[in-house]
Design a binder for this molecule. Structure first.
Ligand SMILES: O=P(O)(O)OC[C@H]1O[C@H](OP(=O)(O)OP(=O)(O)O)[C@H](O)[C@@H]1O
Ligand SMILES: O=C(O)c1cc(=O)[nH]c(=O)[nH]1
Length: 221
């Protein structure tokens, strides 16, 4: 694990974005941990988060014409990361996001921000079963753009439809790179080596990985 990944996990745990307990996921799975990007709830925290995304985008060599953040939590991520890319790296990248309910007055429609065109880099917080990414890929296709890559904060490394992880399935299905700042393996490694969580947390994470983890975990970046 790189030092920026350890720093990111400490940041997410301190901000209580990464919490441990009992959580029901969109997929219906009951998870002993949850990543709630909504907890990056101040200008300083969001700015720091965007810096980690920008670092991971560079580390993964990801290029795009437009950044796209799916509603809801992807919206501030796309906006903040576009600012970080412009200020820190001099890459002024257009960004866009969608509405979950299409607007029927004013400018109307489900898309906000830059027109979606060319290669689009999708930015989100987590991938669990991959539903959200598939929905976004269909939306991009309808708009005439191409999903060219995905960047997320946490790859939960869970099985999707088959034995492979949802991240691997998304990568193979669309032939695109899927980059994360950290993975569940990184989190387990971090919890094992730092006294940052309640007793029993490590074992609960390991049991969850045994139950829902993919057959072979992708390498940690
Ligand atoms: O890989 P998946 O199984 O789709 O799960 C991950 C998705 O679930 C959450 O979004 P959610 O749709 O719950 O909405 P929110 O952003 O409005 O919280 C999360 O932000 C991811 O987009
Ligand atoms: O799978 C989900 O629904 C999910 C998991 C997680 O860690 N964070 C989140 O916002 N959603």
């Amino acid at each position: 694990m790189h030092s920026y990944q350890r720093e990111f996990l400490r940041f997410a745990i301190d901000a209580e974005v990464l919490r441990f307990g009992r959580f029901t996921l969109k997929s219906g799975r009951i998870s002993p941990y949850f990543f709630n990007a909504g907890g990056f709830d101040s200008g300083a925290k969001l700015g720091k988060l965007a810096h980690f995304y920008a670092q991971a985008i560079i580390a993964g060599g990801l290029q795009a014409d437009v950044l796209f953040g799916p509603a809801y939590k992807g919206i501030p991520l796309a906006a903040a990361t576009a600012i970080a890319l412009a200020h820190e790296l001099g890459r002024d990248t257009p960004f866009a996001f969608n509405r979950k309910e299409a607007k029927d007055h004013g400018e109307g429609g489900e898309l906000v921000g830059s027109p979606l065109r060319g290669d689009v880099l999708l930015i989100d917080d987590v991938i669990t079963a991959g539903t959200s990414i598939r929905e976004s890929a269909a939306l991009l296709e309808r708009a005439g753009a191409r999903l060219a890559g995905v960047i997320i904060a946490l790859d939960r490394q869970e099985r999707g439809d088959g034995e492979r992880s949802a991240v691997q399935e998304v990568g193979n299905r669309y032939g695109i790179p899927v980059q994360s700042i950290v993975t569940l393996d990184d989190l387990i490694q971090y919890v094992a080596h730092h006294n940052a969580t309640a007793p029993g947390t490590l074992e609960a994470l390991q049991r969850y990985r045994d139950e829902y983890g993919c057959a072979s975990q992708p390498p940690s970046h």
